[in-house]
Design a binder for this molecule. Structure first.
Ligand SMILES: O=P(O)(O)OC[C@@H](O)[C@@H](O)c1c[nH]c2ccccc12
Length: 273
């Protein structure tokens, strides 16, 4: 891989997260978060368990914008979207909380989690234990760990804390080396392995990434294919390779009626699947 002279978007996002953390810690101490997380302790939904159920399992994403596409949903309404997804048969939800690059918000996570009974992933770029505890305080049932922006030591620490707090962990990989690193984490039934079809450094999308990397995972791993799923054909392709869990955002959000788009995709994918 050529050396990247210009910092990739991913690197920029991580720099932003470092700055955000300084401010966040001034507003809410670790101790504050611990207290909130303690009151939420019994209110946790089994994200990994929901994905393990039979059928096509979709993690439907509440996403207003992205660095690659700009504004995806001009009339964005987080709660209405989430309720629509639940009614349409989503297995789980994903809520973007990053503000600067995805126009998400922690408030959306809180609101969505209250409005539905599905397990909810906090989709953000987590780099410190503070993020993990903060996620649980916000009600998250699952957190995201992006291998591409974390060292082995960081991933191990964040993974351990998330499990200790009772959450599932979506461990995201986008190449062979990241899969190898991810598989060195302790096995746990709350581990969910995501293969991101979007290269986070240059935004290229290829569903082949999932098919290529799938062979590296032990058979009983809980695998999610992420990004760039647009059609029932895409879903059927994955089902044909024994992949039953999908993380899908843009395709639903861009229609303006995300729930209906999910219902339609599920119906079409079940036909002679
Ligand atoms: O909108 P899409 O192409 O359906 O993709 C959803 C999801 O996979 C994508 O938003 C995503 C996957 N991993 C991420 C990490 C950070 C931010 C966003 C993402």
């Amino acid at each position: 891989m050529p050396h990247q002279a210009v910092p990739s978007v991913l690197q920029k996002i991580v720099d932003t997260k470092r700055q955000e953390l300084v401010r966040a810690k001034q507003q809410q101490s670790w101790h504050d978060l611990e207290q909130i997380a303690a009151t939420n302790r019994d209110d946790i939904r089994d994200f990994a368990g929901s994905l393990r159920k039979a059928g096509i399992r979709v993690i439907a994403e509440v996403k207003k914008a992205s660095p690659s596409k700009g504004i995806i949903a001009p009339n964005f309404d987080a709660v209405a979207t989430a309720v629509g997804y639940e009614q349409a048969g989503a297995a789980c939800l994903s809520v973007l909380t990053d503000t600067d690059y995805f126009q998400g918000s922690d408030a959306y996570l809180l609101q969505v989690r209250q409005a539905v009974s599905l397990p909810v992933l906090r989709k953000d770029f987590m780099i410190e234990p503070y993020h993990i505890l903060q996620s649980r305080a916000l009600g998250a049932d699952c957190i995201l760990l992006i291998m591409a922006c974390l060292s082995d030591a960081q991933v191990a620490e964040l993974h351990e804390l998330a499990l200790k707090l009772g959450m599932s962990v979506l461990i995201e990989c986008h190449d062979e080396i990241e899969v190898e690193r991810a598989l060195r984490l302790p096995a746990h039934r709350q581990n969910v392995y995501g293969v991101n079809n979007r290269n986070l450094h240059n935004f290229d999308v290829s569903l082949d990434t999932t098919l290529r990397l799938k062979t590296l995972f032990p058979q009983d791993s809980l695998l999610v294919t992420e990004s760039g799923i647009h059609s029932a054909e895409d879903v059927k392709l994955m089902l044909g390779h024994d992949i039953h869990a999908f993380l899908i955002g843009e395709q639903f959000m861009k229609t303006g009626d995300a729930g209906s788009a999910l219902a339609k995709l599920l119906a079409q994918s079940q036909q002679s699947a």
